[in-house]
Design a protein around this ligand. Structure first.
Ligand SMILES: [Zn+2]
Length: 136
């Protein structure tokens, strides 16, 4: 473990200890001052707020890492299980002419026009049919 990591860890532990000690003192003081049920309500409320804050922070972190849900990049790459399924469904042959040479996986609705990597949008084509399709 690096020295600065250890220092950071010790710093955080001290902060947690201080906060814990203060919280403990406050809770003891509350129990001495207020009826017990009210203290438990306050503790429950504080825990809920803490959980809410942590969840909001986690969501913010994920959004920062990946971008908002609707703009996360789609992958042009066809997953291997989809390729295997399309190959099995098309019988290992070009769907147009039945050739088994130079086979490609083709997006029926082009990826650039919003086509997905779903197996329903993937077909097996030979090189010749694939080129013919893209020249169309
Ligand atoms: Zn073909």
């Amino acid at each position: 473990m690096k020295a600065d990591t250890a220092n950071k860890l010790i710093g955080w532990m001290l902060i947690v200890l201080c906060v814990g000690a203060v919280a403990y003192a406050v809770i003891l003081w509350l129990f001495a001052t207020l009826p017990a049920w009210l203290v438990w309500v306050l503790i429950g409320f504080a825990v809920l707020v803490a959980i809410g804050t942590a969840m909001a922070a986690a969501e913010e972190y994920v959004t920062k890492q990946l971008g908002p849900l609707e703009t996360r990049p789609r992958s042009r790459y066809i997953p291997n299980d989809v390729k295997a399924e399309a190959m099995r469904r098309d019988g290992g042959r070009c769907r147009k002419c039945g050739s088994t040479k130079e086979l490609h996986f083709d997006h029926i609705i082009p990826y650039s026009r919003g086509g997905t990597n779903d197996v329903g949008n993937i077909q097996v084509l030979c090189g010749r049919c694939n080129r013919r399709k893209s020249n169309r």
